[in-house]
Structure formats: C-alpha cells, structure tokens
Design a protein around this ligand. Sequence first.
Ligand SMILES: Nc1ncnc2c1ncn2[C@@H]1O[C@H](COP(=O)(O)OP(=O)(O)OP(=O)(O)O)[C@@H](O)[C@H]1O
Ligand SMILES: [Mg+2]
Length: 273
Amino acid sequence: MAGHNTQDTQAQDARLKERMADIKHKILVLSGKGGVGKTTMSVNFALALAEKGYQVGLMDTDLHGPNVAKMLGADEAQLMSYENGIEPFEVIKNLKVVSLSMAGHGPDTPVIWRGPLKIGVIKQFLADVNWGKLDYLVIDTPPGTGDEPLTVAQLIPELDGSIVVTTPQQVAILDSRKSINFSKQLNIPVLGVVENMSGLLCPHCGQEIPLFGKDGGRIAAEEMEVPFLGPVPMEQALMEAEDSGTHFILDSPDSISAKALREIIEKVVKAIG
Ligand SMILES: Nc1ncnc2c1ncn2[C@@H]1O[C@H](COP(=O)(O)OP(=O)(O)OP(=O)(O)O)[C@@H](O)[C@H]1O
Ligand SMILES: [Mg+2]
C-alpha cells in the first residue's frame, strides 16, 4: 500500500513542519569524539534556560546510549502517548524532555537498530511530540557525524546552529574539526566550540591540573574560524551531581564549572537572540 504510506509520510511531514514552527530556536550539540561532555552541555543548557523562564525542550537523539533522563534524575519517567501526540516529560517547570529511555527502552536494554529505524524515531520525536510553544529546543546527539545529527539537520533546515564540544586533548580536537566541517557542509551555523574538561579542579587544594592539556579547543576554534565559547573545568561535584541526577547548575550556582557553563550559555543566547 505504497499510496497509504506516502499519505502517512506526507501527514507526518506536515505535522513536523507545524510543530517546528512553534519553536523559536533549535540548537544541535555535537562532538566528534565520545564522552567529551555533549550531554552535560545539553542538560545544563536546558536547565539554565528553563530557570531563566524560557520554555525549553530537550531532545535526546542518542538512541544507543540515552543518558539525558539519568542525568536529570528522571530515569523512572515514561512518556505517555495520546491521540494528539506524545506528551514530553516535564522535569522541572519550563523544561520538557524526550528520550528513548523514557519510551520503554530502559537503561539496560540495548537498541540494535539500523539507520532507517533510527531515522524514523527521530522523525517521530519531532513530528509527534507535543512540544508546544518553545523558546529553545536543545538537541543532544551521539558522537560523530552519523545518522542522528544528519537526520536532525535534514528535518530541521532552520536550525539556529551547532555547539561543538571537545576536550583539549589532541584526539578530541581532531575529531571536533569533523563536527565543525559537518556543520559547515550542511549550512548549520557553528555557534561555537566548548572546551570541556579543561583542567581538573583538585578538590583538596583547588588548583587546576591540565589533565587533557590546555587551550586545544580555543586554538582549534581560531584555526577553523568559528567562535570559542569558553572552557569548562572538570569538577568532581559536577560529575557526582550528574550521576545522582541532581541539577548542579541550579543547586551549586557558585561552583566554578557551573559559572563557566552559565557564561557559555549566555554567549549562545546573545548570539542567537
Ligand atoms: N566538566 C565536567 N566535570 C566533571 N565531570 C564531567 C564534566 N563533563 C562531563 N563530565 C562527566 O563525564 C562523563 C561524560 O560526559 P557526557 O556524558 O556529558 O559526555 P558525552 O559527550 O555526552 O558522551 P557520549 O559521547 O557517550 O554521549 C559523564 O560521566 C559526565 O558526568
Ligand atoms: Mg551523551
């Protein structure tokens, strides 16, 4: 029934367009290398914006390793589906989240899917979730330049831009250049590079240990002629908060990493208005 399928697809595409029109700004968080802090950036970005009173959505397109709910302390959350769409989970006031881990795919269930299925899920996240009117949609991605970020870029041609997360380590920087070029090739403005894990804050003496080196992110941004958004140091309390699902940026606003994250967020907000 090819005709029927085509009709379904057309209806979904129309819904997607309508829903996206209700969202002012859409931001893609990318990295070339895994584990450099994309989800940390996405989650804190979303929390800080929601606290400021913006209406925020956070979409987790990491289908193989969805960590967003866990980091927000919402691992028990389950999405509800109604006739008019899927209801996103409200983590705190003004912040709605959608992740595959909230759709019956628990933290221990491996997702073994090929590209077309993943593309279908991401399309559903955009077309069938009742996001409502939002100021910001923050989109977390798995590492690299695969199906997930590509699908988002193709389905939302009006993306405001990408934030590329790296550590100062050479191997991460090399990979981040791919994410920058990916954005450029797809005409996604690069809002800037974040250098995460930029020094380890010693919990005893407060001194910074340059565990993964220093300034690599800044230099890469300069070389690639994209903005540098700033460094975020490694802080044990941030990692612990994420593991326990507490909202560090809101609970410990004076900590060094929370301040660094806030500065970056303010720069992005300024850049896109
Ligand atoms: N600045 C930081 N200080 C302390 N811990 C951090 C910091 N940034 C990230 N982490 C920790 O490092 C780990 C990896 O971070 P995160 O999950 O955000 O990276 P990711 O890029 O999303 O990883 P993946 O590629 O697997 O999606 C997490 O356990 C997180 O809590
Ligand atoms: Mg992640």
